[in-house]
Design a protein around this ligand. Structure first.
Ligand code: APR
Ligand code: PHB
Length: 390
């Protein structure tokens, strides 16, 4: 089998890249280790930057997003028993609340409707020869070995994928911080507690009230890394969430049986560069951000924006200049989002080792943020998404 671009991973990064390439007339095959049902079963964030929405429009998969997505023009910060709104109006932009699961579902449907090949349950995917002119990918499926010859390999296989792991250690630098807590998340079919997302900093820890629709809520509380989902029956979860909110939100909270409950660790991670010969990394394969600020999917989309343009120029027009610029261009935007996600995480969580000074500084920064137009605008412009370079 032969294709122009072999895409490893059918998460949002791989699927979106596949769709953009397909529309530009570039041939790509996607190889995914899991089943489609498994991929759709992962619950992740649900806030899309305007640039992400624009890219989904370009990919022809924004119809349901426009019909069902909720535009949000601000967030609320809760601390000291009160809520303070940070509006996005001065940025001229807004975000759209629409679950990553739904984005993935729409992309899968578009791919299934096209003639493009997607191989699910591809085991033992291995990358070969990407340091030369003729890369290849091999895998096992249905008891047989398969091989795909290609011009480029796009590593969109997430943090635990094979793509980044295939790069020789001396060719890659990694930067990492693991935070000393996790997020315990609950999804339930109840109306959201408020029209906008509430990010709460409380002595008991961080909490977040988010949503998927007007009838489905997503709530999180900061928890210890040793905690287990089984220790958190719904009643205990909602008592803890209520305790971390301001009085008005706590009494407005409508609870209901959880339909999903999971604990996620928090990590900042960047791998540099994002290109190794004919292998290009995108999305979680190259970087991870803690979820505070919901940048993960948006960063994956911004990588794919640059990567799709670079691969179209290389494959269709024979111009490799954009591929040569890919890593540097991506990383400038990546590092700014990594910085913002680290900053927002540091501001909103209780750190076991903060000390009294750290605690006082956090309180001063929150007070500054809600009292200064300049500081609030800096949060807003990062939250709605920094501009792209062209
Ligand atoms: N071979 C084939 N596929 C693989 C392999 C492998 N060895 N390893 C991983 N995969 C697949 C995974 O099963 C998954 O479906 O690659 C896909 C990667 O998808 P994601 O982890 O969702 O990563 P990405 O597409 O970059 O999306 C980034 O997801 O984790 C969130 O916060 C993140 O929202 C962001 C988004
Ligand atoms: C979510 O809805 O899951 C969500 C929203 C905002 C975040 C993180 C997660 O910052």
């Amino acid at each position: 089998m032969r294709t122009q671009v072999a895409i490893i991973g059918a998460g949002p990064a791989g699927l979106l890249l596949g769709q953009l390439l397909q529309r530009a007339g570039v041939d790509a095959v996607i190889l995914e280790r899991q089943t489609p049902e498994y991929v759709l079963g992962r619950i992740r964030a649900g806030v899309l930057e305007q640039g992400t929405v624009a890219l989904l429009e370009e990919a022809g998969v924004a119809e349901r997003l426009h019909a069902e997505g909720l535009p949000h023009a601000g967030i609320e910060l809760a601390f000291g028993g009160r809520r303070h709104r940070i509006g996005f109006e001065a940025t001229g932009a807004h975000v759209t609340v629409y679950g990553q699961t739904e984005v993935t579902r729409d992309l899968m449907a578009a791919r299934a409707a096209s003639a493009a090949t997607t191989v699910y349950e591809a085991a033992d995917v291995a990358l070969h020869g990407f340091d030369g002119e003729r890369p290849r990918v091999t895998w096992r499926a249905g008891g047989h070995s398969h091989e795909l010859a290609c011009d480029w390999i796009a590593g969109c296989d997430g943090y635990h994928g094979v793509s980044r792991a295939s790069v020789p250690a001396g060719a890659i630098s990694t930067y990492e911080r693991v935070y000393p807590f996790g997020w315990l998340g609950v999804l339930c079919d109840t109306p959201p507690v408020s029209d906008e997302l509430i990010y709460a900093n409380h002595p008991r820890g961080f909490a977040l009230c988010s949503m998927r629709s007007r009838t489905r809520s997503r709530y999180y509380v900061q928890c210890g890394l040793e905690q287990k989902v089984e220790d958190w029956p719904d009643g205990r979860f909602f008592d803890e969430l209520r305790a971390r909110l301001d009085g008005a939100a706590a009494s407005a909270l409508v609870t209901g049986p959880s339909i999903e409950k999971s604990i996620a660790p928090l990590r900042s991670f960047v791998a540099e560069p994002m290109r190794f010969g004919r292998l290009l990394l995108a999305g979680d394969a190259a970087h991870i951000v803690p979820p505070t600020g919901a940048k993960g999917l948006n960063l994956a989309a911004s990588d794919v924006r640059y990567l799709s343009r670079a691969l179209v120029a290389a494959c269709r027009d024979g111009d490799p200049a954009e591929v040569d610029r890919y890593s540097e261009r991506c990383l400038r935007r990546v590092w700014k989002a990594v910085r913002f996600s680290w900053w927002f995480t540091t501001l909103m969580h209780r750190f076991p080792d903060a000390g009294e000074l750290g605690q006082k500084l956090q309180e001063a920064e929150l007070d500054y943020l809600v009292g200064s137009r300049a500081a609030a605008l800096a949060l807003a412009e990062n939250y709605v998404g920094l501009p792209f370079e062209d």
